[in-house]
Structures are given as C-alpha cells and as structure tokens.
Design a protein around this ligand. Structure first.
Ligand SMILES: Nc1ncnc2c1ncn2[C@@H]1O[C@H](COP(=O)(O)OP(=O)(O)O)[C@@H](O)[C@H]1O
Ligand SMILES: [Mg+2]
Length: 272
C-alpha cells in the first residue's frame, strides 16, 4: 500500500505550477499590445525551468502573471492546484535590480519576508545566517546594502527570496547586471541553494549558457506575442561544475537553443 502523502506536499506527478492557454494583452492609451498568447506550461515540484526568448517577447509579463502581480487577459494559472487571482504569498521573487531596503541591515532585509507574513522571526534567524554563510556572506549580517557590491546584494536577494521556504521561486534576469565572473559565481551559488532547498524554480535569462548550466528544462519563447517555440530537457548530472560548459553535451544543448533563435532571424551570422 502507498504511504499517505504528507499534507501540503504534492506527489511528483502533479505539477506545482500550471499555466493553461494564458494570454496577456496590454491596453495603453488605445494601443493594444499582445505580449503573451495562448501559452501553456507545467512545472513539476522541485524542477528548475529556465525561459529564454528574444527581448520583448513577454518573459517578464509571464513571470508577473505567475506571481499574481498582474492579471492574465485569458487562461488560468494554478500553483499547487489553487487558482492564482491575486499576489501569492507562497512564492519568492528576484528581479534584475535588487530591491533591498537601504535602511535595513542584510539580516533585517532577509527577515522582512518573515515580518510581512507575520511569521516568528526567531524561527528563521538561524536559517538566514546559515543561508548567508552558504553564499559566502558569513559576517555580513549587520552590514547595510550600501556597503555591499552588486553581486553581494543579489546574493542577499536570493536568500530573501528563499528564507520562508516558498513553493516556487520566480527570477527575472537576476544576474543580468553583474560582471561575467560574478555571474559565474552566482550561478554556482544558486545551484547550491536550489539543491539544498529543493525549491521549484522558474528562471528567466537571456543567457543561453546560463539556462543550460542551471536547468532541468529550457523553454524557448517565440518573438512577441510570446508562445512556447521549443523546449529542451537538459540531462547533465548535478551538481554541475563550470567546466561542464566545455563538454560536448553542453555544446550540443547550447547549439540547439542558438539554432532556434536563428530560426527567428536573430543571432544572424554573415559569411565572413
Ligand atoms: N505595463 C505595460 N504596458 C504596456 N505594454 C507593456 C507593459 N509591459 C510590457 N509591455 C509590452 O509587452 C511586451 C512584452 O514585454 P515584457 O514582458 O517586458 O518582455 P520581455 O521581458 O521578454 O523583454 C513588450 O512589447 C512590452 O513593450
Ligand atoms: Mg523582461
């Protein structure tokens, strides 16, 4: 006989996030822009899914709809089988620009998530300190954001998004503003946090290598209005080291994604 499922834990076969025929049309001063059209997507519990697509294809719109911060014009979105119609508390979000509060220390910024959810700070303080240590920020608990580099600030944002152990983390080009080497370190840190926390991830990036490095599955969106043009399962063992990028398999995955972009007329390479 099967053991009864733990309350609140979905069996792996039930998607954590479901988007069905989701569309979004913006209507600004009489101008209609169809940003996302008829998009359906399932993300399994614990899965790391990346979305890549041309600029303006509706990636941020998709993420804002999944968070409940904006309404879809059509279709339905469910998280853990409950329909999303308003901002959802069981998620964590990281944007390209960190949204740390300058007047709060690093620890206080992380515990903000706990305060707004009216949870007990005492239950989360130790976890916050441990998360900071695991991303190389031990001893920075009482520092203020202005004392940190861009990469350090974004690491604090990652900890803040994960502190309350949400079912789903949404990230919108979180490392886009960082220099190349910091970005590599952030990829390693994010992989570590994800493995430790077993959280479900929906990660938006415009970096092909980043999507292959981090993901179980990469979704490629078409130019606007965004639809799913292709998806690729990334079958590389974890934890992944940066050197995996030099492997033939990694190259083949990246090439497949690049070819899809080229089929949209992007990344054109003239004969030299
Ligand atoms: N608040 C808004 N009002 C009107 N149009 C918008 C708004 N947000 C995004 N758009 C338009 O929707 C399309 C998709 O935007 P966005 O979701 O930001 O794309 P991406 O994140 O892939 O670059 C773009 O054409 C953009 O100009
Ligand atoms: Mg965007």
């Amino acid at each position: 006989m099967l053991a009864p499922a733990q309350p609140g834990v979905l069996p792996a076969t039930v998607p954590l996030l479901t988007m069905r025929d989701v569309g979004k049309t913006y209507n600004i001063r009489g101008k209609r822009t169809s940003a996302v059209d008829n998009l359906s997507l399932d993300v399994a519990p614990g899965e790391f899914v990346s979305i890549v697509g041309p600029s303006g294809c509706g990636k941020s719109t998709l993420m804002m709809m999944a968070s409940g911060l904006i309404h879809s014009s059509s279709g339905e979105i469910h998280i853990k089988q409950s329909r999303i119609t308003a901002p959802h508390v069981d998620i964590g979000i990281v944007f390209q620009r960190d949204a740390l509060l300058d007047w709060r220390t690093v620890l206080e910024n992380i515990l903000l998530q706990i305060d707004v959810r009216r949870l007990k700070r005492g239950d989360y303080r130790e976890r916050a300190v441990a998360m900071l240590a695991s991303v190389g920020l031990a001893g920075f608990e009482n520092a203020y954001p202005r004392e940190l580099s861009g990469g350090m600030r974004q690491r604090v944002s990652l900890c803040r998004a994960l502190i309350h152990n949400p079912s789903l983390i949404l990230m919108d080009e979180p490392f886009g503003a960082l220099d190349a080497m910091t970005r590599e370190q952030m990829n390693l840190d994010l992989q570590k946090l994800w493995i430790q926390n077993k959280t479900t991830m929906l990660f938006i990036t415009h970096s092909i290598w980043e999507s292959v490095f981090l993901s179980d599955r990469v979704i490629i969106m078409s130019p606007r209005p965004g639809r799913i043009a292709a998806e690729i399962q990334i079958d590389l063992p974890r934890p992944r080291k940066l050197a995996v990028r030099e492997s033939a398999e990694f190259g083949a995955y990246s090439a497949k994604i690049r070819e899809k972009f080229q089929s949209f007329g992007l990344l054109a390479e003239d004969d030299q």
